[in-house]
Design a protein around this ligand. Sequence first.
Ligand code: PLP
Length: 262
Amino acid sequence: MPHQKNQQQKPIILTIAGSDCSGGAGIQADIKAISATGGYACSVITALTAQNTQGVTAVHATPQAMIQAQLDAIFGDLAVTAVKVGMLGDSETIGTVAAALRKYRPAHLVVDPVMVTANGDMLLAEDAVNCLREELLPLADVITPNLPEAAALLGEAIPAHLAEVEALFAGLQQLDCKAILIKGGFLQQEARSPDWLLSGQQVRCFDTPRIMTNNTHGTGCTLSAALASFLGQGYPLDEAVERAKHYIDQAILAGSKVRIGH
Ligand code: PLP
């Protein structure tokens, strides 16, 4: 039964992710998406990034004790209903966050396996992919890889066509996680922008027309944060995905002509 919306009782949604000082992705995008979709947003910041629309110039990982202190402060007081995990940066942080999630057991967990920005800047150490796969994916209700991330989780080449994406499904279904939402936005040459929800042996395609714009920085963060927000409001997974996909489509459309930075 979806959460009854009222101002006093908004579901509390936690994002555990990195800060994007330019406001397009990361924690900043998550807080906007959670707030706009009816949740109350709180955050654990795993890293500071210095970046703008042209790229990332510096990354500062939050000390583990400070990540732990943020997690304990939030879970020790706020009744969190859903968690979204984004940029973690390295194996140590994955370990700290996974241990906290095992301890506090939020009702819903969305893991966005953030690895690299659209400009090619690394947001996860290469040697941390195994750790992510083994420590965090089994805890998630759903993971939301883009195509490069799905390929990296399997150690395969990045698919460039629809048929190559479908060829990854069998491997993805072997991963130790409950459900996977694979995002097709990277298939630049396609006229559509389908996402696929793999749950057990079932595959459901959420197909929408591609919106032609360069303003897509932060769309992965926004989708996964909206998904956590809708799960926290009590929607079942496929309906939460449908709502989150509709939300991100409307957000991309609304922002398609916005000019911020260079
Ligand atoms: N998290 C942070 C802190 C980032 O800076 C980025 C991209 O720059 C991402 C996540 C991933 O962004 P996207 O939603 O574009 O995949």
